[in-house]
Ligand binder design. Structure first.
Ligand SMILES: Nc1ncnc2c1ncn2[C@@H]1O[C@H](COP(=O)(O)OP(=O)(O)OP(=O)(O)O)[C@@H](O)[C@H]1O
Length: 271
């Protein structure tokens, strides 16, 4: 059984905005990247999966449970990091984590370990926390009850590179422990380091679902240049960080996400 699935999921906000006929699934134990530029429809999709929005057409399910009809159970069980985190500002971080554990009725078995890992002291008032601290609190809140399914909407926004790396490590460990994860992101590198498959969304439509391996190949593009002499090739290779073989130099360039998107939207003529 698919752990997460959408079938023809549609919400039309008018003017071409929204999500349209989205069908995809995430297998049990899979970490699936949901990759798309700003405004593509990632958060709208996730809000349907969490049961915050009722589908106008189509449906979605988690663990075989309809996300709208069983939204209370889904919201209680899942680990969820919203795209824009807003907490009850009059609580301390510790109070919020306690409140959440009570609401879920599940022990926060990983709370201490996660607070240590992300170097967060939760005793202060949420109102005074920096954006990064709030993001860390959101991470602890999502993972503290050790959920089997996690829905993460741009979870590293606001984290510094060190903490982003720690988060990537956490995701890899969770994948190894058999968790099912949907990770929305607009950063290819984050998805590349954590996911097995990726769905690419743009303008509310799923442009492609592909393995990370295939996507990586598109991301790293090689060019071979032939110079007049091996000496010139050597100097060229030095300047551009290429691999020299006689008069030939192979240079590998990273493509931007936009260029990768173009490949998928353009139907392959950019090869
Ligand atoms: N309640 C709403 N009413 C009208 N339009 C909306 C509403 N919510 C979202 N939209 C529009 O739907 C589109 C998709 O938005 P969404 O937040 O799902 O994108 P996203 O992929 O999560 O983007 P980002 O990476 O910027 O968070 C956007 O054009 C947005 O302006």
């Amino acid at each position: 059984m698919d752990a997460i699935s959408t079938k023809g999921l549609t919400r039309d906000y008018g003017g071409g905005k929204g999500i349209f006929d989205l069908t995809f699934s995430v297998g049990e134990g899979e970490t699936f990247g949901f990759l798309g530029p700003n405004g593509a429809g990632k958060t709208t999709t996730i809000r349907h999966l969490m049961g915050f929005l009722r589908p106008r057409a189509g449906s979605c399910a988690i663990g075989g449970r309809d996300c709208w009809r069983e939204r209370e159970n889904i919201q209680r069980d899942l680990g969820y990091i919203p795209g824009e985190i807003s907490f009850f500002n009059d609580m301390t971080g510790a109070e919020f984590l306690r409140f959440l554990a009570g609401y879920r009725g599940q022990k926060p078995v990983r709370q201490k370990e996660l607070l240590d890992r992300f170097e967060l002291d939760p005793r202060g008032g949420i109102k005074k926390m920096s954006k990064g601290m709030k993001q860390k609190l959101g991470i602890v809140a999502a993972f503290q009850h050790d959920p089997a399914v996690l829905i993460l909407d741009e979870p590293t926004s606001g984290l510094d590179p060190l903490m982003q790396n720690r988060f990537v490590e956490l995701l890899r460990e969770e994948t190894a422990r058999g968790k099912t994860i949907l990770l929305s992101s607009h950063m290819f590198e984050e998805v590349e380091r954590t996911c097995q498959r990726v769905g690419i969304i743009r303008a509310g439509r799923l442009a492609a679902v592909d393995s990370v391996e295939a996507l990586r190949k598109r991301h790293l593009r090689s060019y071979t240049v032939t110079l007049d002499t091996p000496e010139r090739a050597e100097s060229f290779a030095r300047d551009f960080g290429g691999q020299q073989d006689g008069c030939r130099v192979t240079v590998t360039a990273r493509q931007s996400l936009e260029e990768i998107f173009l490949h998928y939207y353009g139907g392959g003529e950019h090869d």
